[in-house]
Write a protein that binds this ligand. Structure first.
Ligand code: OFO
Length: 169
């Protein structure tokens, strides 16, 4: 059995992971409009990763005999209108997700749930990767500035990104 407080924190995070998928889907629309297919692909992979993160927690709760409580997903809000602003929001969002995963780990620690802590180690490492990946992209975008040719080269690079279903835990 899983502690009720931890169960609640997992249910909340499942919702946040699904919101992440929804947010990235909304951002993808912006790049579809610009016909930047590499960026579209990048967001497609991002959406699949977020869904996998949610399902990983869903399966874990189920395995531990927890009660799964699926909640309404908020309407995603894409704040920026430029490519740079959108990626600044992606990084900001990932930093927020990191803080929520850390909170989840704090709860697991509080209730002394070692199995959950083991699972959450995977998510903590994943967040380090996510932030580094987006941070790197942001640096490239800042370097590119208004150079449209360079942007098209980056778009081509991003088209090569593939989704590798993660082995969580
Ligand atoms: Fe982007 O890592 Fe899950 O949310």
């Amino acid at each position: 059995m899983i502690d009720k407080k931890l169960e609640e924190a997992f249910n909340d995070q499942i919702n946040k992971e699904l919101y992440s998928a929804y947010l990235y889907l909304a951002m993808k629309v912006h790049f579809q409009e610009l016909n930047l297919q590499g960026f579209v692909n990048w967001f497609d992979v991002q959406v699949q990763e977020e869904k996998a993160h949610a399902i990983g927690m869903f399966n874990y709760l189920d395995e531990r005999g927890g009660k799964i409580d699926l909640r309404a997903i908020d309407k995603p809000e894409v704040k920026g209108s430029t490519i740079l602003e959108i990626f600044e929001q992606v990084l900001e969002h990932e930093e927020y997700v990191t803080s929520r995963i850390n909170h989840l780990a704090d709860v697991a620690e509080e209730v002394k749930d070692r199995a959950a802590l083991h699972l959450l180690d995977w998510y903590i490492k994943e967040q380090v990767e996510e932030e580094a990946n987006v941070g790197g992209l942001l640096s490239t975008l800042r370097f590119i500035g208004d150079d449209k040719k360079a942007l098209l080269v980056l778009d081509k690079d991003l088209a090569a990104r593939v989704f590798n279903p993660p082995v969580i835990g």
